[in-house]
Design a protein around this ligand. Structure first.
Ligand SMILES: [Zn+2]
Ligand SMILES: [Zn+2]
Length: 303
């Protein structure tokens, strides 16, 4: 009994606050994602596509390791952005950034030797031959989290290059200097999340983080909240499995959107982007409802 009266050292001074944001480690990020795509390809109806995305992620990892280092965002810009609750990475300017152009070139040249279906091959050749204005159009669509319905394939290649460039830029930031910029928006680049995860890692157990679809920064969000409109009312969950689901759709009655929530508490291997593609069955289920998908993932644009 006396033992129970002793103060719990972990509670002295209050429970530690979970970090607001985690920045990506680009090489590790894409290597881990490549392995996950390869694993998912072993037992999934989308196997050829998942194997292609594994190869694409391996190329992203190689580029993240070998391209010239990106110039860090100026500390002054970071401070000014934080003061006005804006993300330090300015997406509007980045579509014409020569360093992003170099990344796109390196990506499409590296992807030439991949095996892929004919429509993807034609799209890759089109991006390689595209005029500067068309390339900027592709990149700025990705940077606006928007993909035209009839142009999924060329945007997939542009998105892969944007992911490499933005993850490298985000990695130059100081996570402690980031501030919330709005519900469901990345504090580093202002983008939309692909998915969200309830974490199983010690120290942030059961805390929810959203993962940016473009720069891969993860940021803390309330556990039960619509990341499209910010409502905490009218939230409910659906899943393909009826019990022990590791992936659910969080739906919002207020704005009629939904976003995936992963339970890494149950499966620590879930990857915010790879498992989003791997759980396409949930998207198919949700397409039969009147909820619209709120997560952004260029790899799912054609589905
Ligand atoms: Zn971001
Ligand atoms: Zn909502």
């Amino acid at each position: 009994m006396a033992q129970n009266l002793e103060p719990d050292p972990t509670l002295i001074g209050g429970v530690p606050t979970p970090p607001f944001a985690f920045l990506p480690e680009p090489v590790k990020l894409f290597q881990t994602r490549a392995r996950r795509f390869a694993f998912l390809a072993e037992s999934n109806p989308l196997a050829p596509y998942l194997a292609f995305l594994a190869e694409l992620s391996r190329l992203q990892a190689r580029l993240a390791a070998t391209l010239r280092p990106v110039s860090a965002i100026a500390p002054m810009r970071v401070t000014e952005a934080a003061r006005s609750a804006m993300p330090p990475i300015d997406r509007l300017r980045i579509s014409a950034d020569p360093a992003l152009g170099v990344t796109l070139d390196a990506f499409v040249e590296g992807a030439v030797r991949f095996s892929m279906p004919e429509p993807a091959r034609l799209a890759l050749d089109a991006v390689r031959a595209a005029e500067p204005a068309d390339r900027i159009w592709l990149l700025s669509n990705i940077l606006s989290d928007r993909i035209p319905d009839d142009s999924a394939a060329p945007h997939l290649f542009a998105a892969a290059a944007v992911q490499v460039h933005l993850a490298r830029l985000a990695a130059t930031l100081d996570a402690g200097a980031l501030v919330p910029v709005g519900t469901g928006l990345c504090p580093a680049c202002g983008g939309r999340p692909a998915t969200t995860s309830v974490m199983g890692t010690q120290g942030i157990e059961n805390v929810r983080y959203a993962a940016c679809a473009c720069c891969a920064t993860c940021w803390n969000e309330v556990r039960v909240k619509c990341l499209c409109c910010g409502s905490t009312k009218g939230i409910s969950y659906r899943s393909v499995e009826t019990t022990e689901a590791t992936v659910k759709a969080e739906t919002c009655k207020e704005c009629h959107s939904w976003i995936k929530i992963f339970y890494t508490t149950k499966n620590p291997s879930l990857d915010p982007v790879a498992d989003d593609v791997g759980s396409l069955g949930l998207d198919i289920l949700m397409k039969e409802t009147d909820f619209r998908r709120g997560g952004f993932n260029p790899y799912l644009a054609g589905y």
